[in-house]
Design a protein around this ligand. Sequence first.
Ligand code: PKZ
Length: 139
Amino acid sequence: MTEQISNGLPSHMPTLRVMPMPADANVHGDVFGGWIMSQVDIAGAIPAARRANGRVATIAVNSFLFKQPVFVGDLLSFYAEVVKVGNTSITVSVEVYAERNRLQASTVKVTEATLTYVATGDDRKPRQIPPLEDITTVG
Ligand SMILES: CCCCCCCCCCCCCCCC(=O)SCCNC(=O)CCNC(=O)[C@H](O)C(C)(C)COP(=O)(O)OP(=O)(O)OC[C@H]1O[C@@H](n2cnc3c(N)ncnc32)[C@H](O)[C@@H]1OP(=O)(O)O
């Protein structure tokens, strides 16, 4: 999905960056998969909400792959991209990279996921995705 640069991160700006803390890890020091999933959900919701021009709800986690463990103190970068737009739904791909052993500048892809969001109204019911030319959210 993404072009790499020399430090192992994609060349474009991440959607979200965050560092897990000790409370996010299990007794072995691995960060909980559920914590990673919640961050992925937030990262994926950002381009989905932009494309929907408003509120979205997650309807499905289509795929989720924990390729490598995440450790406390890793600097995580989330790259989220819309891959499909339906009548009321938007599917987003999210890739997560961890910068760890920061003195050695080691970067690994830790997670890949695909999620589907539904544009919803104030009544929490699905609404049509607006045409691109009507989008007012920036960035
Ligand atoms: C300025 C910049 C802005 C940035 C701003 C950022 C904001 C960033 C905030 C972060 C915030 C965190 C974001 C977390 C978001 C939550 O965590 S939301 C909480 C968890 N999710 C929920 O509680 C949702 C519960 N489900 C529901 O309420 C209802 O199912 C829904 C979502 C309203 C949909 O209603 P429904 O009647 O079930 O929908 P239905 O018409 O059957 O299907 C709707 C669409 O979903 C598709 N769909 C249905 N089932 C599936 C499935 N299994 N798989 C795939 N697609 C499916 C359908 O094909 C349809 O798509 P279209 O063909 O219309 O494109």
